[in-house]
Design a protein around this ligand. Structure first.
Ligand SMILES: Nc1nc2c(c(=O)[nH]1)N[C@H]1C(S)=C(S)[C@@H](COP(=O)(O)OP(=O)(O)OC[C@H]3O[C@@H](n4cnc5c(=O)[nH]c(N)nc54)[C@H](O)[C@@H]3O)O[C@H]1N2
Ligand SMILES: Nc1nc2c(c(=O)[nH]1)N[C@H]1C(S)=C(S)[C@@H](COP(=O)(O)OP(=O)(O)OC[C@H]3O[C@@H](n4cnc5c(=O)[nH]c(N)nc54)[C@H](O)[C@@H]3O)O[C@H]1N2
Ligand SMILES: [Mo]
Length: 693
């Protein structure tokens, strides 16, 4: 693509690719040299409403970043030395295929894909890549790192990842913002909550941290991490004893009421107050508000399910709307995720049929550290010999990074990383392949926060020699000798295939977004997508697995105070100006964040001799993380907040918060427990200003 130097600016419609519930519609302005000069929110898309978050409004800066990877690179020094040399695409792809072929001939399960939601696009995410790994017979990857505990909790209660339509929160009279810092991570929902607030709604934030969102709500319930199910059960207790129940709705549209009632009666507010560490009167008041305000809505989010009992906590909370009949009104109910409304044709995109009769093992992405360090065994299968990473930065984001980094550092492991930048993970690769960004490729999107399908058109030509993920997997397939015609399909064809006839593609081409036909109050008259068609308080599917059919409070793996050497609980929610570990290398955003911070309550800081701004080490038996203390009542006593997933090499002493998190898993969904982690904190001698040792 070339453009005349003096040609006027033009604009191209797209979609934000990032892992965020808002899935914004973008308008990119491109200059005569084919450079993206501005990325803005589309004013014609009602959910975006012309506004972007600070991060994505810097997307042009990220795309044209001086550190963009522009050619394939091959490692020349020892693993992790950071010594690479540029190579041509043919040379790189030939060498990769030559390494993979003998491994595949022995056992293709020794080859492992590792990817997550660096892009949420259905095409540059899992389409050609999945076809490639299915055809190869590689290990399957259980993509659990973010949401699978909550997803399973929701599926076992409501039947699918479905809930309220986000736009109707504007009409709610009471909104519980539960386990979410909406201002930081769900900005377009926050606008709706503010609209409701202006119209007289009461907003309650349930979060161990006094977040920016908590500051702006009428009330903040600062419970201990991992105690949400106890709080929900106590709310049920109050609903029962005060009879704030919709008996008609319960009778017609729920399953297991008698058993749930008994369970709830074991949770008087006094008991929950002790577990949650909040005043009993606050629980009683919340129950009164929830039981007597119509319509009442819950914006549940994934922040509360990154603990041992995360799946059960979502189950308990998801029972509440049915008890009070909140689903009858379009502004009542609950929203955790809307992704189950999207009729994505995953089998057509990903072609699991290419496996044939083969049934490869599944590895859990949340225990990659452990798994890379394992040898072959009958229970595990072959030692991992090759890893192909795309759309993810596991060395920074996966739990217990000392093990992850050791695994990636294995001299005998063959690692290929498709990336935009030299991330912590790319530093440990054998080959780094430059990938296109959202401004350079086609894609099509679902959303987990609203119900619109979005299309993304390329706005600019691929930078340097960058290629799309799909194209890289097509080329690898050819070199591996895979001649199935599905490897020839182009990206526009894949975009059309993603929804087939379920979405009018011509309209999508014309306006960039199409709204799915979802009813305004989807469960006003029951009709839940569960096996029974009811909201399942008691789940036969869970009982059949030998699990508790009812939701319960499951204490954290690491309860604060139980290990005297590491008495503080630590949570590590996102930094507002980063998106997981993306954007950490964008200077203007890193300047806003400053340094990695640990919020610590004055009562915890004083006895440790920690002053505001002091460099500290945060440690436990797994590792040690260095950052700066912010002595603040944003942290509750006994809980410290380590903000953001910094690139290790851009943080202090080459560490980030995942040095200390564990590879234990949740009750449901095999998910990581990032916010179920105990540590101790101690002052460090202060490094000289501006020096990052
Ligand atoms: N700016 C920004 N936006 C993002 C992201 C980002 O990194 N930065 N990440 C994106 C991704 S991948 C996701 S999954 C979503 C996440 O979106 P949300 O699930 O809304 O997550 P957060 O905003 O991280 O809010 C989590 C909140 O949960 C609180 N929390 C921690 N432990 C508990 C607990 O045990 N109980 C309760 N009730 N609260 C708890 C934290 O203090 C934090 O304020 O956000 C997306 N949006
Ligand atoms: N301690 C702690 N750890 C956490 C969390 C936490 O709250 N606390 N949050 C967890 C959560 S919710 C999540 S979702 C995970 C997120 O973990 P990841 O999904 O790994 O997310 P990112 O760190 O944003 O890394 C995505 C990478 O994909 C690359 N990328 C983007 N688009 C493309 C593309 O089109 N092609 C290719 N090849 N690459 C692309 C980006 O450059 C970026 O480096 O982290 C988890 N880790
Ligand atoms: Mo996530």
């Amino acid at each position: 693509m070339t453009f005349a130097t003096n040609s006027p600016l033009r604009t191209v419609r797209g979609a934000c690719p990032h892992d965020c519930p808002d899935t914004c519609a973008l308008i990119t302005t491109v200059d005569g040299q084919g450079r993206a000069v501005r990325v803005q929110g589309d004013p014609d898309h009602r959910h975006t409403d012309g506004a972007l978050c600070t991060k994505v409004s810097r997307y042009a800066e990220r795309t044209h970043h001086p550190d963009r990877l522009l050619t394939p690179m091959r490692r020349v020094g020892p693993k992790g030395s950071g010594q690479f040399e540029p190579v041509g695409w043919d040379e790189a792809l030939d060498a990769i295929a030559a390494r993979l072929k003998p491994i595949a001939a022995r056992d293709p399960q020794a080859i492992v894909p590792y990817s997550y939601a660096g892009t949420m696009g259905l095409v540059q995410g899992e389409s050609m890549s999945a076809r490639f790994f299915h055809r190869l017979g590689a290990s399957l990857l259980d993509r659990t790192i973010c949401a699978s505990a909550g997803a399973e909790g929701l599926i076992h209660t409501l039947g699918a990842k479905v809930g309220m339509k986000v736009e109707h929160f504007a009409e709610s009279r009471l909104i519980l913002i539960w386990g979410s810092n909406s201002i930081a991570s769900n900005l377009h929902f926050w606008r709706l909550a503010q609209q409701a607030k202006r119209d007289g709604a009461r907003l309650v934030c349930i979060d161990p941290r006094r977040s920016e969102t908590a500051d702006k709500c009428h009330e903040h319930i600062a419970l201990r991490p991992g105690t949400d199910a106890a709080l929900a059960l106590a709310l049920m207790h109050e609903l029962v004893v005060h009879d704030w129940l919709d008996h008609d709705y319960i009778g017609r549209h729920t399953l297991g009421w008698e058993k749930l009632r008994e369970r709830a009666l074991q949770w008087p507010p006094e008991r929950a107050a002790g577990v949650c560490g909040v005043p009993v009167e606050q629980i009683r008041q919340l129950a009164r508000d929830y039981g007597t305000t119509r319509p009442a809505a819950i914006r549940l989010n994934y922040g509360m399910q990154r603990v041992h009992g995360g799946g059960n906590a979502v189950r308990a909370i998801a029972c509440l709307p049915a008890l009070v009949g909140a689903w009858r009104h379009r502004a009542g109910g609950l929203l955790l995720s809307s992704s189950g409304f999207f009729p994505v044709r995953r089998a057509a995109l990903q072609r699991p049929d290419l496996l044939g009769e083969r049934q490869p093992r599944t590895l859990n992405m949340s225990t990659i550290g452990q798994d890379l360090l394992r040898g072959s065994s009958p229970g595990f299968g072959p030692r991992v010999e090759a890893l192909i990473v795309y759309n993810s930065n596991p060395v920074a984001v996966a739990p217990q990074s000392p093990q992850v980094a050791a695994g990636f550092g294995r001299e005998d492991l063959f690692t290929v990383v498709l990336e935009h930048f030299r991330t912590d993970t790319a530093d440990l690769a054998d080959f780094i392949l430059p990938a296109t960004t959202q401004l350079e490729h086609w894609d099509i999107h679902a959303s987990y926060g609203h119900t619109d399908v979005l299309l993304n058109r390329p706005a600019i030509a691929p930078q340097g020699q960058a290629r799309t993920n799909t194209d890289i997997f097509r080329a690898l397939a050819r070199r591996m000798g895979f001649d199935d015609p599905c490897f020839d399909e182009d990206d526009e064809t894949l975009c059309r295939m993603a929804y087939g006839d379920a979405v009018d593609f011509e309209r999508l081409l014309a306006q960039g977004h199409v709204t799915l036909p979802v009813p305004d109050a989807p469960f006003a008259d029951g009709g839940f997508p569960t096996p029974s068609g009811r909201c399942e308080f008691d789940s036969a599917r869970l009982s059949a697995l030998g699990l508790d059919g009812l939701p319960d409070h499951i204490p954290n793996h690491e309860v604060a105070g139980s290990d005297p050497d590491h008495p503080l609980a630590m949570i590590s929610p996102p930094a507002r100006n980063f998106l997981n570990s993306s954007f950490v290398n964008v200077q203007s955003l890193r300047d806003i964040e400053g340094e990695p911070w640990l919020e610590i309550h004055p009562d915890d800081a004083l006895p440790r001799d920690i002053g505001d701004g002091q460099a500290v080490r945060v440690f436990n038996r797994r590792g040690e993380y260095h950052c700066r203390a912010r002595v603040s009542t944003r942290a509750r006593p006994g809980v410290v907040n380590g903000l953001g997933i910094w690139w290790r090499k851009l943080g202090m002493n080459g560490t980030n918060v995942n040095e200390v998190t564990s590879q234990r898993l949740t009750d449901l969904g095999r998910a990581p427990v990032f916010y179920d982690c105990c540590v101790e904190v101690a002052p460090l001698p202060d490094p000289a200003p501006g020096v990052r040792p």
